[in-house]
Design a protein around this ligand. Structure first.
Ligand code: ADP
Ligand code: MG
Length: 659
């Protein structure tokens, strides 16, 4: 049975204006093993067209080209890929070697596409290169070798999978006569090992070395003549085809992409650097926001006992401005904060009933300006806050001394400094108004309250702290009774505290105003962070467009390479994979660079803020870093989809057309 049989082949090219061009007309040919067929004819007679059909690069024709009894015009994509990988090898006039791959890698490429293990791939490639006399040039790039050597590399590439058919379109057309003769000798050797070699040539001299000469004119076979006799030799190109049906691995694709990127290193570095800026800014913004926020939160938490929830009564409906004092309080939000509704027993019982509440502490706070004074040694200092002590005050808040007992008072650090003396243990006179009752008390200072990172109104402003029961007693002495206007719920588990706070607000009570302020602030900070990150994110769009452009340029630059990969059996999927790998790698690199720069800037910023304020202001968490890299990869791969698809769709005949 013949290796290849052509029956009634007609080829029509679509041309501009809806017409067609009849390039091949009723071709009937049959080719056998061990033939060296020269196809000759004038330029434009249809030789290349015929070769493209025989090689399965163009499958749109009428008639049948039977290989092993099956029409290659009806092959599926995977059958066609198999045909290119195992059955047919191409040799082109312009060599079509891939410039960024070494001689060895060029020859091994077909096996890379079949995912043949590296060691076997290289062994077979070396053996085949040795057969064409090129064992010395393995690691050179194509640019570094002569035309004759390039064509021998191309022949080795065509032979490496031991195909039955070699298609050569003017293989000696670009060579001087001496190297042409050497190449021809190799081609003749190939045919003598039993392969079918079909070769287009212009030269009668070349044709004279063939076992058969087919002449084409105007798309028709006009002559088919036997030539010299060939002597059959042993097939030295035999390989074990153990890797059928295997395809290019993701790793293999990434490696091919990497080799190409290495070739255009500075360009790819610039792109990665450019698109890293967007990633870097987003990461920095998020880290800054999170750093500031966690600084605030930790400051807040250091002020607060995690087991305690502060509760206030909801503000009362305005009962009308009946007193000037009331009028003033309503006009001024800070003042109205001071006129806090007292708790009744039923409120306290209700709060005590909340799940996980183990204790309810009663307390009293008042805020006023102008009526509160503390006097020591004739130094009279105003204070604004009067608060009873509660579990809210943690021992870390007490700078010196202890909590006040009966007859004692704790004062803030500021106030203590106003008195300019060792004030602990000394008596100060406190004038204040509690429940509209003026009190003048001589109290011994028990301790000084304050913290380095003072937050909250009571700590920031001059305040005094009294024991609740004692305050109730002082008032009772005046014939008044003290009603709590704040209660502190103690939870039996610090993880339950938030739940208690939620229940409290659901029941209509108010929480700590400081906490509410802090949480509003932190929400605003979050919004601000997201807005800034969003603005920074715009540069990600710029990156994406940049990557898109570069990959498009890459596709155009690599048109020939894509054609070659298809000719040696690369599927659409493989091509896409190579380009998607490239965009993956660009994304990975730019993400890594972005994270690296962000980390560096964060470090510098933190050193600066640590020197100035003793805090690290940028918190670059691993999550941000990983998210940044992933985001970069995703953006880059999205940008890579269109160029990769374009590359995959390229027509191999178009891509390989001589220019
Ligand atoms: P040869 O290789 O013998 O020089 P070709 O096979 O390249 O000739 O071309 C045969 C004829 O088909 C020429 O007239 C050429 O212009 C035409 N042709 C080749 N490719 C195309 C194409 N893609 N579209 C239209 N016409 C084409
Ligand atoms: Mg041609």
């Amino acid at each position: 049975m013949s290796v290849m049989e052509l029956k009634q082949i007609n080829k029509f090219y679509k041309i501009g204006g809806g017409g067609t061009f009849h390039a091949l007309k009723d071709i009937n040919l049959s080719f056998e093993k061990g033939e060296l067929v020269s196809i000759i004819g004038e330029s434009g007679s249809g030789k290349s067209t015929l070769m493209n059909l025989l090689g399965g690069l163009d499958t749109t024709f009428d008639g049948e080209i039977l290989v092993d009894g099956k029409n290659i015009g009806h092959y599926s994509e995977s059958e066609l890929s198999e045909y290119h990988k195992e059955k047919v090898g191409f040799v082109f006039q312009s060599f079509n070697l891939i410039s960024h791959l070494s001689v060895l890698d060029n020859v091994a490429l077909a096996m890379t596409l079949s995912n043949v293990p590296k060691a076997e791939r290289e062994k077979r490639a070396k053996e085949t290169l040795a057969l064409v006399g090129l064992q010395e040039q393995l690691n050179k790039k194509p640019d570094a070798i002569s035309g004759g050597q390039k064509q021998r590399v191309a022949i080795a590439r065509a032979l490496v999978n031991d195909p039955d058919i070699i298609i050569a379109d003017e293989p000696t057309g670009s060579l001087d006569s001496e190297t042409a003769a050497q190449v021809l000798e190799i081609i003749k050797d190939i045919a003598e090992t039993g392969k079918l070699v079909i070769m287009v040539t212009h030269s009668e001299k070349v044709a004279a070395h063939s076992s058969r000469v087919v002449t084409i004119d105007d798309g028709k076979v006009i002559n088919d003549q036997p030539g010299i006799e060939l002597h059959v030799k042993e097939n030295v190109f035999k390989t074990e085809k153990t890797n059928r049906n295997k395809n290019l691995s993701i790793f293999g694709a990434a490696k091919l992409a990497l080799l190409n990127m290495k070739e255009k290193l500075s360009r790819n570095l610039l792109i990665a650097l450019g698109s890293s800026i967007g990633i870097m800014s987003v990461i920095l913004m998020l880290s800054l926001g999170s750093g500031v926020n966690s600084y605030l939160t930790s400051t807040m938490n250091s002020q607060v006992n995690p087991l305690v929830s502060e509760v206030h009564m909801p503000p009362e409906e305005s009962a009308g401005a009946d007193t000037p004092a009331n009028e003033m309080m309503e006009a001024n939000p800070i003042m109205s904060m001071t006129k806090q509704t007292p708790f009744e027993q039923k409120n306290i019982d209700e709060l005590a009933g909340i799940k996980n509440v183990s204790d309810v502490e009663e307390g009293y706070t008042s805020f006023s300006i102008g009526t509160n004074n503390a006097t020591f040694n004739d130094i009279k200092a105003p204070f604004m806050y009067l608060t009873t002590v509660s579990s809210m005050i943690t021992s870390s808040d007490i700078l010196e001394g202890s909590l006040p007992a009966e007859g004692e008072v704790m004062i803030t650090n500021n106030l203590a400094q106003t008195f300019d003396d060792e004030v602990i243990g000394k008596t100060i006179t406190v004038e204040t108004i509690v429940n509209e009752q003026a009190l003048t008390l001589d109290l011994i200072v028990s301790g000084i309250y304050g913290s380095d990172t003072a937050a909250g109104p009571a700590a920031a402003m001059d305040s005094i702290y009294l024991d609740y029961t004692s305050l109730a007693n002082y008032l009772e002495d005046e014939g008044e009774s003290l009603e709590p206007n704040v209660v502190y719920l103690i939870s039996n588990d610090k993880d339950a505290t938030q739940g208690i706070k939620d229940d409290v607000s659901e029941m209509g009570y108010e929480g700590s105003s400081t906490e509410a302020l802090a949480s509003t602030f932190s929400e605003m900070l979050d919004i601000f962070t997201y807005i800034l990150s969003g603005v920074a994110g715009i540069s990600l769009v710029v990156s994406a467009i940049m990557i898109l452009t570069v990959l498009y340029i890459s596709v155009v630059e690599r048109t020939k390479e894509i054609g070659v990969i298809k000719a040696i059996g690369g599927r659409k999927k493989d091509i896409r994979r190579i380009f998607v790998s490239e965009s993956f790698l660009i994304g990975l690199f730019s993400g890594a660079i972005g994270v690296g720069i962000a980390a560096l800037l964060a470090l510098v910023a933190n050193i600066a803020t640590n020197n100035l304020f003793d805090v690290s202001i940028v918190t670059l968490t691993p999550t941000f870093a990983i998210a940044g890299i992933v985001l970069s990869i995703v953006i880059s791969m999205i940008a890579g989809v269109m160029p990769a698809t374009k590359a995959a769709k390229l027509d191999p005949v178009e891509s390989l057309r001589r220019d």
